[in-house]
Write a protein that binds this ligand. Structure first.
Ligand SMILES: C[S@@+](CC[C@H](N)C(=O)[O-])C[C@H]1O[C@@H](n2cnc3c(N)ncnc32)[C@H](O)[C@@H]1O
Length: 293
């Protein structure tokens, strides 16, 4: 499966899991793809059949895709913006990155969000307690060289085509509301912040949240697939046993690469939990994959 990569990156992006999630979807599925925690959107953009509702509480992600939908942002606009801003970055260096970061924290311009996401350290998204983007510069003043701009513009183009040929609604709201929008023919894909792990302003996740998610997903008439972590070399996610063990669970080893050094590559076993049988259950691949981002 060729996975389409969106223009926004994040440390929790599920690019490498898209083929596994695709394998779980029933062949005849024609309902609405419902995604309460869309993040970069990579899963839904690749797997939507016709209709999707894609939500997140991070308003910057939602606004970015809404402005592509309304055509306030087009591939050409992105190209012109990155050529100009990339030139300023080249001339002024890191001072310019921080100027754009301050401007974004005041005005929340979606193009500045793209700039910071692609020129910030390791393509990370993180907001401080005041809700301000606080990722430092990647320290490459020539970040927006022509080939890199073309790559980003092509990514915007690919996602715009999906947004304009499918029926997708983007909503900034809490997961509870999104799950309640799902009907019996729909499929909910949940990728919440991993409990006990990375947190920031838009990514706090407590036991109470996990418990509420469990109640909502246990009661839904829809099909659901949940991504969570199962274990790593140090510990188990005991919430898998506490909440999810009565559902079908597939596991897969995955490498997260956070930071520049090889020894920061941490193997982690991911779990896909679901409440329905899939016709590919016997052929499900339990393999190792390397996710570098
Ligand atoms: C692990 S990320 C999702 C990554 C996504 N699957 C991808 O591949 O890019 C979790 C997302 O949940 C969002 N989020 C956190 N708390 C939420 C809540 N209470 N309701 C809805 N979204 C929430 C965060 O903003 C973040 O984008």
């Amino acid at each position: 499966m060729k996975v389409i990569i969106p223009p926004i990156k994040s440390q929790g992006i599920k690019t490498k899991l898209v083929p596994d999630i695709a394998q779980c979807i029933p062949d005849n599925f024609s309902g609405t793809w419902i995604e309460p925690f869309m993040g970069t959107g990579v899963v839904g953009f690749n797997l939507v059949v016709k209709n999707a509702i894609m939500c997140d509480t991070n308003p910057h992600l939602i606004k970015f895709y809404q402005t592509i939908q309304s055509q306030e942002i087009t591939p050409n606009i992105v190209r012109e913006y990155l050529i100009q801003e990339g030139q300023y970055l080249l001339e002024k260096g890191e001072e310019y990155y921080y100027l754009v970061r301050t401007r974004f924290n005041e005005n929340a311009d979606p193009l500045d969000f793209l700039f910071l996401n692609r020129a910030g350290f390791n393509g990370m998204i993180r907001f401080n307690k005041k809700g301000e983007f606080n990722i430092p510069f990647c320290r490459k003043p020539n970040r927006f060289a022509q080939a890199y701009i073309t790559k980003i513009v092509n990514q915007v183009n690919a996602i715009s085509q999906i947004i304009h040929t499918k029926n997708i609604e983007f909503i900034c709201q809490d997961f509870e509301k999104t799950i309640q929008m799902a009907g019996k023919d729909d499929l909910i894909y949940c990728d919440p912040p991993y409990i006990d792990r990375h947190t920031d302003y838009f990514n706090t996740w407590s036991e109470q949240d996990e418990c509420q998610l469990y109640h909502l997903l246990s009661q839904t008439q829809s099909k659901f697939i949940l991504s969570t972590w199962h274990h790593n070399q140090y510990r188990q996610n005991h919430y898998v046993e506490k909440f999810w063990q009565n559902f079908i669970i597939n596991k897969k080893e995955h490498f997260y690469h956070i930071g520049a050094k090889e020894n920061n590559r941490n193997p982690m076993t991911e779990a896909l939990v679901r409440n329905f049988e899939s016709n590919t259950d016997n052929s499900f691949v339990y393999d190792k994959q390397i996710a570098l981002f």
